[in-house]
Design a protein around this ligand. Structure first.
Ligand SMILES: [Mg+2]
Length: 203
C-alpha cells in the first residue's frame, strides 16, 4: 500500500466542533422567532446552502436569514451570533501539528462560508498552518460533489493514494474512496491518528 504524501483535513467536527443550536439560541434572543424556528431557517431553507456554494454573498445571506427570522440588528451584530458556534478539538490540532513537524504537507477541505472562515482565521492560530485551502464557497460546489475533489487534486498536485483524507461524514468519504484516496472516516482523534500511522505516516 502506497504511503500518502499529503493529508487533507475536513474542518467541522474534525478539527473544530460546532453546534448550530448555539447560533439558533443567540440569534433568537434578537429575533421574532424562538430558537427552534431559527434553527429551521438556518438548516432547512436554501439560504445556508446557497451561501456555502458561493451562489450568494455574505450580505445576501444575512438579508435572507435576517428577514426569515425577523432579526433586530445589522450584519455586524449578526456575525458573532452566527459564528459563535465553534470549539477547537485539541487532540486533532495536535495531530495536525505533529504532521507538520514531520514535514508532511496538509490541506483544509471544507463545506463552509466566508463568515465562518473569517471567524476561524481570527480565533484559531493553527488554521494558518496548512499548505492550502479548498473551501466550498470559493468553488461553487460542495462535498460530496466530485468537482470539489478535483479542486483538491489540483491544489495539492496529487491524486489517488498520494492523498490521505479525514472527514466525519460517510458520504464525503465515499466520493474520496471512489477517487482512490486513503479516505478515513473520522470518529475519534486516537482512531484517526492510528489510521494515519497504519498507512505509514510518522505520527
Ligand atoms: Mg465535518
Amino acid at each position: 500500500m502506497k504511503t500518502p504524501e499529503a493529508v487533507v483535513f475536513d474542518l467541522g467536527k474534525v478539527l473544530i466542533e460546532f453546534d448550530w443550536w448555539r447560533a439558533a439560541r443567540a440569534l433568537a434572543a434578537h429575533s421574532d422567532l424562538p430558537a427552534e424556528a431559527v434553527h429551521r431557517v438556518l438548516l432547512q431553507t436554501p439560504a445556508l446552502m446557497d451561501y456555502e456554494t458561493g451562489h450568494t454573498t455574505t450580505e445576501e445571506f444575512f438579508a435572507a436569514v435576517g428577514a426569515g427570522i425577523g432579526f433586530r440588528g445589522d450584519l455586524a451584530a449578526f456575525d458573532p451570533l452566527f459564528t459563535g458556534i465553534f470549539d477547537p478539538i485539541t487532540d486533532m490540532i495536535r495531530l495536525h501539528a505533529d504532521l507538520r513537524a514531520c514535514g508532511v504537507p496538509t490541506y483544509i477541505f471544507s463545506n463552509t462560508n466566508d463568515l465562518a472562515i473569517r471567524h476561524v482565521r481570527q480565533n484559531y492560530p493553527f488554521f494558518a498552518g496548512f499548505d492550502g485551502y479548498v473551501l466550498s464557497y470559493e468553488h461553487r460546489a460542495m462535498k460530496p460533489h466530485a468537482a470539489l475533489y478535483e479542486v483538491v487534486e489540483k491544489v495539492t498536485g496529487r491524486q489517488g493514494a498520494a492523498l490521505a483524507y479525514l472527514d466525519d461524514r460517510p458520504e464525503n468519504i465515499a466520493t474520496a474512496r471512489q477517487r482512490g484516496w486513503h479516505a478515513i472516516l473520522h470518529e475519534t482523534p486516537a482512531a484517526s491518528r492510528a489510521a494515519l500511522r497504519q498507512r505509514g505516516l510518522p505520527v
